[in-house]
Every structure is written in C-alpha cells, then in structure tokens.
Write a protein that binds this ligand. Sequence first.
Ligand code: ACO
Length: 326
Amino acid sequence: MPVGLLALGTYVPDKVLTNEDLARFLDTSDEWITTRTGIKERRVAEQNQFAYDLAERAVLDLVARHGEGALADVDLVIVATNAPDAFFPNTAALIQNRFGLKAAGYDLLAGCPGWIYALAQAVGQVEAGLARKALVIGSEVLTKITDWRDRSTAVLFGDGAGAAVVGPVPDGYGFRSFVLGADGSGGAALHMGALANTLPDGTRMSNKIFMNGREVFKFAVRVMDTATLEAIEKAGLEKADIRLFVPHQANLRIVDAARERLGLDWEQVVVNLHKYGNTSTASIPIALKEALDGGRIRDGDHLLFVSFGAGLTWAAAVLTWYGGGA
Ligand code: ACO
C-alpha cells in the first residue's frame, strides 16, 4: 500500500527581523549575510510563543485548508523539534489533546532532518499497519536558544512550523525512498548542552547553539550530494526524473552546490530561505507549501527532499506527489 502526503499546513510568526536589524547590535552587515548565506530576513516568535504554539498554528492552517476531516483516522502524532517546550510532557501529546485525537504521540530529536526522519517513521508505521494516518510536525523556536552575541550563528536561524498528514494514497503515488544517516563523531560541531556539561569526546558544551560553521558547511555539501543520489537510486529513478528539489533551507551556497551536482535549473529548486532563514525541521514543509501554493507541483511529480544538521545527521526522500490529497 503506497503512503504519501494527504494534507499540509504551516505557520510562521508575524515578527520580522531583517539583516539591517541585526547589524544594529551585531558586528555584521546585510552585504555579508546576503553573500555568505542568501538570507535577508527571518521570523521571530513572540516571548510567549513556543514550539507547541507554532505547531498548533500549523495544524490549524492544515485544517483551514483541508477541513476537519483531514485529521480523521490520525492515530499517531510525531513532532520533530530541536527546541521543545519541556523535557516532558512531549509536544506531540499536547497536540493530540488539543485536537482531540485518539493517537499515540512522541517527539523526535534529529537535528534539522527531523521532519524527514519523522516522515520515514510515519510511513513505516502506516505501511506496517501500526497506524492508519499520522500527523507529522516540524516546529522550531531556534531564536530562543540562539546566542545573540555570536554573529556566526545569530544571523542564520528563524522560527516556524509545518504539519502534514501522512496516509494511504493510490498506486503510483507516495514515498518511493528514504535515506537516513547519522555520524556522531561530528556531534561537537553543532551542539547545545542540556543536563551534561560535556560530550563523550570531552567537548565542553555551550548552553546556546554552538556551531563550527566551516565544518558543518563541508559536511552539508558532501551529504546533500550523496544522500540525494542514493535516494534517487533507491526510488528506481534517474536524476532527470526529479521535477522539484525541496532542500533544507540553510544556506543558498549549499543549495546551489547540490543543484549543480543534480543538474537542475533554478526553476526546479524551491528556495525561500531569504525570507525565513534556517527554520530547521520546519524548513522543508514551509518550502513545500509555498511551492504548492505557487502552482509549482503537479499530480505525479517526483519531488526530492534533503536535509542535514545537528548530530550530525542527514536525510533524503523521494515522493511522488498525489494531487488528490494536499
Ligand atoms: N557577519 C560578518 N562577519 C562574519 C559573520 C557575520 N554574521 N559571521 C562570521 N563572520 C566572519 C568570521 O569571523 C570570519 O572572519 P575572519 O576571517 O576574520 O576569521 C569570516 O567572516 C569568515 O567566516 P567563515 O566561518 O569562514 O564564513 P563562511 O563563508 O564559512 O560562512 C557560515 C559562515 C554562513 C556560517 C557558513 O559556514 C555556513 O553556512 N555553514 C553551515 C551552517 C549551517 O547550514 N548550519 C545548519 C545547521 S542545521 C541544524 O541542525 C541546526
């Protein structure tokens, strides 16, 4: 039984923080941020908005677009987030309660690829008969864990959420492949501590986002390349079959390197990082919905998702779009 996406909703906070705003309190400039990352502005959650609140708004958007019926038969909720409201209860359980779902719920922490990891779990559980439909959410308030004195990270991140219903689709549609990976030897390159002071390798952890940008950049370019090619091969397709590339929205230079390697034109690549920065697990669903609303996705198109992030982790997926759903 093929499993695909049946409904989609997103949310970004109203508050906009531009590169010029950042240059008022950081030793940086619009010119530096634009040329090194492609980012022009990002959204920032209000003081009283957290991952749960953004996730709730994304699900409300999904319901507004598809109707209450879109949540019928959802018996599994997975929230991918790197900035949860609490150690426990998990955000997914709060969403289960908010929408009156008779569902299992848990959060998933896998860096920016968390939404693709969560999709893979949801698809696997529906295929195995463990769930009928799943609500898969990516929700982030990274601006709350950003070190606003560190110009090398403060310019990169933004807040947002995306939610999708995963369920059965007709033959010929749905997810055709997943590639998931992790390499904890690079864990120190992108970290934020919780209870422990150090990582197993002895690295003293920061209590805000810490990133070795150059190391993550090199890793990102490498895995975007290998993961996408592996996902295409596993799907039984060729590079030329990919209609739309929906990459993690971290840095335009990283997206461009992957685009060139795949031999795609810019019209086949979804880019919105100039407006939202890196929203981590929310970046792909936000980009996907924008492409959908812009009329860039047709029934039967083969889409490619790819992401990388803290862990270090990576993930890619090929999805044949079912136009009768979302
Ligand atoms: N404004 C001005 N100058 C800056 C800024 C800034 N905001 N940030 C760094 N610089 C300076 C550095 O101090 C350095 O100065 P120096 O040469 O005097 O030492 C210079 O600019 C070059 O710094 P680099 O780090 O080499 O710059 P680079 O071209 O690598 O760009 C960046 C940095 C944008 C962070 C890049 O490395 C990058 O995008 N890396 C990947 C990050 C990423 O995508 N992370 C996503 C993680 S996903 C997750 O799971 C959360």
